[in-house]
Design a protein around this ligand. Structure first.
Ligand code: MG
Length: 223
């Protein structure tokens, strides 16, 4: 069986990437900047595993799509099978953390929302899921305090700590496990803080998670 994207740990081990679960509107300030109501339960969508790219890669904006936005997010990597998990199960199942970017075709997403259509094209196109190397969970005792962020061409656009999330990483995993069977290598993009904005051809993007990992990307228009 061909191996697709590998989640690389700082320790040198790697894990094949499974399903990419994504959470929308998990920071109140981002919901506000999108003029969206706060959800009563997590907003969940998926990206195909083949949409992932690693550090040093290129975000390729589909042709004729001009409003591609960056959404920097804490990414949790699942290390055990989970179904109907408790909070403790969820905590123990987190293998590690990475920083990722939920690249979003904003105009297409806005159109989909307005017409009650799925977000698959707006959120799941090829290269829409940059993911950094992974830091083992045991190396980060208090993930809530670890700053993550994103800059474009050297200007900081987004910066936050996971403490500001509406639902914690463990709560999100518990919720997902009521609907899905999570398996090792699945990842959860946990939502973006405020400051999302457009990317253009030639931009240099850098995202970070504390001092632990970085994600450097170029931006191009796909041909
Ligand atoms: Mg997002």
């Amino acid at each position: 069986m061909p191996v697709g994207f590998l989640l690389e740990m700082l320790s040198g081990q790697s894990l094949p990437l499974g399903t990419i679960y994504c959470i929308g509107r998990n920071y109140a300030d981002h919901a506000r900047e999108m003029n969206a109501e706060l959800p009563s339960e997590p907003v969940v969508f998926l990206k195909p595993p083949t949409s992932a790219i690693s550090d040093g890669g290129t975000i390729r904006i589909p042709p004729n799509e001009t409003n591609a936005h960056h959404e920097v997010e804490l990414v949790a990597v699942i290390g055990a099978e989970l179904h109907n998990a408790s909070l403790d199960d969820a905590h123990r199942a987190i293998a590690g953390y990475a920083v990722g970017i939920d690249v979003t075709l904003r105009d297409r997403q806005t159109h989909a929302k307005k017409h009650g259509l799925p977000w698959a094209l707006a959120k799941g196109f090829a290269t829409s899921a940059p993911i950094s190397r992974m830091v083992p969970a045991e190396a980060i005792p208090a993930i809530g305090d670890v700053e993550f962020g994103l800059e474009v061409n050297g200007t900081v656009r987004q910066r936050a700590t996971p403490r500001r999330m509406i639902w914690s990483v463990e709560e999100l995993i518990v919720f997902l496990s009521r609907w899905f069977i999570l398996v090792p290598g699945d990842v959860v993009f946990t939502g973006t803080p405020e400051g999302v904005g457009p990317l253009a051809e030639g931009d240099r993007v850098r995202a970070w998670l504390g001092d632990a990992v970085e994600l450097r990307l170029d931006v191009a228009v796909a041909v």
